[in-house]
Design a protein around this ligand. Structure first.
Ligand SMILES: *Cc1c(COP(=O)(O)O)cnc(C)c1O
Length: 384
């Protein structure tokens, strides 16, 4: 049931679900088995084996994810990092060159800095809004262009349509990490991205209880991603696939509530005299506000801010908050705060962005609590 005439809320519930349902079950069952019988005369392509991602629970999840990202095909991976590294492996070989725009999640940054060189890949990091830098970085060996929808923790939005267009013009595979946006906010295939990656550990699952990743794209590209994945052995366990498929049912509701909470908190903090600076693309003061407004439906669940009074004030504030946990993930139903400079690797920022990350910067990941309660909690904590 992946009828793209349906609205996203409907797709989140029905997209990719088999009709008629398996044995009439409204909930697709968990197939925990590792291997399935092969019919006489079947080929290697018909083998259903857990590492190949062809167990029925894995396949069901793939259909669901493809529907939500508006893609022909999807493959689930054991983590977000497995999704990103496998997607890159499917297009880059020794001697190839990658253009990487902007700043990256800490794990991605570490992979690019510590591992890509050993694989024989060369990389140029460019500004995600500066076309001239992209042109200068281009080499005969350039194969792919990697970007994140919304960067962390400074919450910037690059010229994403420009990246997709530039990649197409120069025969590069465009790869985007859409974790911070989710398909509720932004569906990158619609503006021409070739491969879309997610850490489903975050909002796609939404309940902070599994690790998973996703890559979506054309059937041909995903076949090649799945082939790399089975070679390296990073498929998603069927029980986690079941939980992720369950989490997806409420994705639209959760992300909209998170976006609304993030906007409400951003506006509250921006008007508070004990807050020096708030960074959220939903605020008109954000340098990428116009671009985000034209590309996105909502502005995401993550904001960052700097309290007046430096690191000591930031630490005091985080200790005084009673609702958000101090923890460094995002996208779950519970609100989280973290001081990126305190948790090493700048909680995901690259060294490039880290230079712009103040010691007293706090990142807030909105959960689905009542906005009034979160605001009241912040109001008390800021006055402490
Ligand atoms: C968390 C995250 C990842 C890595 O995902 P894991 O599931 O932890 O491997 C990649 N990119 C972004 C933007 C993330 O937030």
């Amino acid at each position: 049931m992946s009828d793209d005439r349906n609205r996203f809320e409907t797709l989140a519930v029905h997209g990719g679900e088999p009709r008629p349902a398996s044995n009439g079950s409204v909930v697709h069952p968990i197939y925990q088995g590792t291997v399935f019988e092969t019919a006489p005369g079947s080929s290697v392509d018909d083998v259903r084996y857990i590492r190949l991602g062809t167990n029925p629970s894995q396949r069901h999840l793939h259909d669901r994810l493809a529907a939500l990202e508006d893609a022909e095909a999807a493959v689930a991976t054991a983590s977000g990092m497995a999704a990103i590294t496998t997607a890159l492996h499917s297009v880059l070989g020794a001697g190839d060159h990658l253009i990487a725009a902007g700043t990256f999640y800490g794990g991605t940054h570490r992979f690019l800095v510590e591992h890509a060189g050993r694989l024989g890949w060369s990389i140029d990091v460019v500004d995600p809004a500066d076309h001239e830098e992209w042109r200068k970085a281009l080499r005969p060996t350039t194969k792919a262009f990697l970007v994140e929808t919304i960067t962390n923790p400074l919450i910037r939005v690059g010229d994403l349509a420009g990246v997709a267009r530039f990649a197409r013009e120069h025969g590069l595979t465009s790869v985007i990490d859409n974790t911070f946006a989710t398909p509720v906010v932004f569906r990158p295939h619609r503006i021409g991205f070739d491969l879309v990656c997610h850490s489903a550990t975050k909002a796609l699952n939404g309940h902070s209880d599994i690790a998973a990743g996703v890559v979506t794209g054309s059937a041909e590209r995903i076949a090649s991603v799945a082939s790399v994945l089975s070679a390296y052995g990073g498929s998603l366990d069927p029980h986690a696939a079941f939980l992720l498929a369950r989490g997806l049912k409420t994705l639209a509701l959760r992300v909209k509530a998170q976006n609304a909470n993030a906007l409400a908190i951003a506006e509250f903090l921006a008007s508070h005299q004990k807050v020096a600076q708030v960074t959220y693309p939903g605020l008109a003061s954000h340098p990428d506000h116009a671009r985000a407004a034209s590309l996105f439906d909502g502005f995401g669940s993550v904001l960052s801010f700097r309290p007046v009074g430096g690191v000591a004030a930031a630490e005091r504030l985080m200790k005084s908050l009673r609702l958000p946990y101090t923890a460094s993930s995002l996208g779950g139903v519970e609100s989280l705060v973290v001081r990126p400079a305190a948790v090493g690797g700048h909680s995901g920022a690259t060294s490039v962005e880290a230079e712009g990350v103040a010691e007293d910067l706090i990142r807030f990941s909105a959960g689905i609590e009542a906005a009034e309660d979160l605001i009241a909690d912040f109001a008390v904590a800021l006055d402490t």
